[in-house]
Write a protein that binds this ligand. Structure first.
Ligand code: NAD
Ligand code: UGA
Length: 467
């Protein structure tokens, strides 16, 4: 197939990656027709909702792109068979969570959804189809996908139906909350594959808006491994600075000053050095654990141990925070009211997957605290699922607040867990008057100004500074 012939794209998986990625491709390539399909009908209906506030994910700038592409060259649908059979190129962008049972449980990726997608492609594809791994996958998954596709090919040949496939790896590096900017101006696009014609076809799609010198082409295995390695390196930086945050609290150093001092060294760089309550999000933990599992699988136990420590420090950081809250509140939070500001795993997203808030709130609830939780974008239904263990006969020992003052009314402490814009520059004089006395502010994201808080008579503990 000539690389110029790509006309129709299908993306399997309308999630945090499939939705925004295909929206941007549709926006930048008006001549391509793109269909995003999903087994989750409710999700597809939400993507098609005329009220753009009801899109299934919140991502700044996404609504504007959807409003100009949806129905023009971007379609969300549950029609799997036709969308795949019409497509020249199929992206697999489905979930790859950590296995919860069986061999490798707790570390290895569960590839059920990827395998099911490959089988769907094998069944419905027609002619030549370029199949692209967009999901983050263990190294050498492309081999398994090729085998599934080739089996279908052999069966169809018996029935004299001709179908052929090329498999490429094209991992996604977007971060939630900045997905549109990351997709429109990526640091790089990575394409792994051996079939040059297929690689060029995908390069040509991206060249509609990404300069050629930012499109890196590698072999399949380098591409698959680079995605896992990139997430491991990013998460490692967070665990490194978080370990230093504890050191700062113990010694009187200030983690922000240390981060600035080390980050100005160009070799270290100043990004990803914000200490916080530990990394959350659906991917860092699962991808490192996957790397740990693969290291063991390939006979590299020291490598496995090295990367596992990044996750160990992350969990320790979350536990450390809840224990500090406990200690400052005279060793008990039983029956005490605590406000939680921010439940998503970071600002500008409604995603709570692996959010540090889940573990920290659970520990506090376990200790008997009564929580009032405020987050600008996370729904109460979502929090209910995340804290399911703490609902008894539909009675929760936490409540959702609709505003910051509502959350802080009569509390003994407020714990800031996400750096949403609206948490900066609050009127702490007013907020202090709503709280019980003596009350504490625990700031894990360096949101508040020490002087301002202390002027109100509130006690303050800041991560990486102490009190
Ligand atoms: P997600 O759970 O939001 O979306 C996956 C979607 O795939 C779901 O809607 C699910 O219903 C659908 N699906 C599963 N099996 C299907 C099938 N057989 N047919 C049709 N639809 C199917 O996941 P996500 O966050 O979009 O992540 C997808 C992949 O991208 C993962 O491998 C993840 O590691 C990777 N990734 C995620 C991010 C991120 O920021 N979320 C960034 C880069 C890479
Ligand atoms: C991360 C990577 O940044 C993306 O490149 C990658 O594509 C994606 O994972 C993925 O594979 O899913 P994401 O998890 O959406 O993106 O968001 P990040 O901005 O990386 O933040 C992850 C977590 O680290 C958040 O909890 C955030 O608060 C925390 N973080 C980040 C810090 O605590 N300090 C920092 O300096 C940066």
């Amino acid at each position: 197939m000539s690389s110029n012939k790509i006309q129709k794209i299908c993306c399997i998986g309308a999630g945090y990656v499939g939705g925004p990625t295909m929206s941007v491709i549709a926006d930048k390539c008006p001549d391509l027709e793109i269909r995003v399909v999903d087994i989750n009908k409710e999700r597809i209906d939400a993507w098609n909702d005329s009220d753009l506030n009801k899109l299934p994910i919140y991502e700044p700038g996404l609504d504007r792109i959807i409003s100009r592409t949806r129905g023009r060259n971007l379609f969300f649908s549950s029609e799997m068979e036709k969308s795949i059979s019409d497509a020249d190129m199929v992206f697999i962008s489905v979930n790859t969570p950590t296995k919860t049972k069986g061999l490798g449980a707790g570390q290895a990726s569960d590839l059920s959804w990827v395998e099911a997608s490959a089988r769907q492609v094998a069944k419905y594809a027609k002619g030549h189809t370029i199949v692209i791994e967009k999901s983050t996958l263990p190294v050498r998954t492309a081999q398994a996908i090729k085998e599934i596709l080739n089996t279908a090919n052999r069966e169809d040949q018996k029935n004299q139906i001709s179908k052929t496939f090329s498999v490429l790896s094209n991992p996604e590096f977007l971060a939630e909350g900045t997905a549109i900017n990351d997709l429109e101006k990526p640091d790089r696009v990575l394409i792994g594959g051996e079939d040059l014609e297929a690689v060029n076809a995908l390069v040509n799609v991206y060249m509609n808006w990404v300069p050629r010198n930012q499109i890196i082409c590698t072999n399949l295995w380098s591409s698959e491994l680079s995605k896992l390695a990139a997430n491991a390196f990013l998460a490692q930086r967070i665990s490194s600075i978080n370990s230093i945050s504890a050191f700062c609290e113990a010694t009187g150093a200030d983690v922000k000053e240390v981060a600035k001092a080390i980050g100005t060294d160009k070799r270290i760089g100043n990004q990803f050095l914000r200490a916080g309550p530990g990394f959350g999000g659906s991917c860092f933990k699962k991808d490192i654990l996957n790397l740990v599992y693969l290291s063991g699988y390939f006979g590299l136990p020291e490598v496995a141990k090295y990367w596992n420590q990044v996750v160990v420090i992350n969990t320790w950081q979350q536990d450390r925070i809840y224990k500090i809250v406990l200690e400052k509140l005279f060793g008990t939070v039983n029956g005490k009211n605590i406000a939680i500001l921010g439940f998503s795993f970071k600002a500008n997203t409604n995603d709570t997957r692996e959010s540090p808030a889940i573990r920290i709130c659970s520990e506090l609830l376990e200790e008997g605290a009564v929580l009032s939780i405020y987050d600008p974008k996370v729904s109460s239904e979502r929090i209910e699922e995340d804290l399911e263990k703490f609902s008894f006969n539909n009675q929760c020992i936490w409540k959702m607040a609709n505003s910051i003052p509502e959350a802080l009314k009569n509390v003994d402490a407020v714990l800031i867990l996400t750096a949403w814009d609206e948490f900066f520059g609050l009127d702490w004089n007013y907020l202090a008057s709503l709280m019980r006395s003596p009350a504490w502010v625990f700031d894990t994201r360096s949101v508040v100004n020490r002087q301002e808080i202390e002027n109100t008579g509130l006690n303050l503990w800041k991560l990486g500074e102490g009190d």
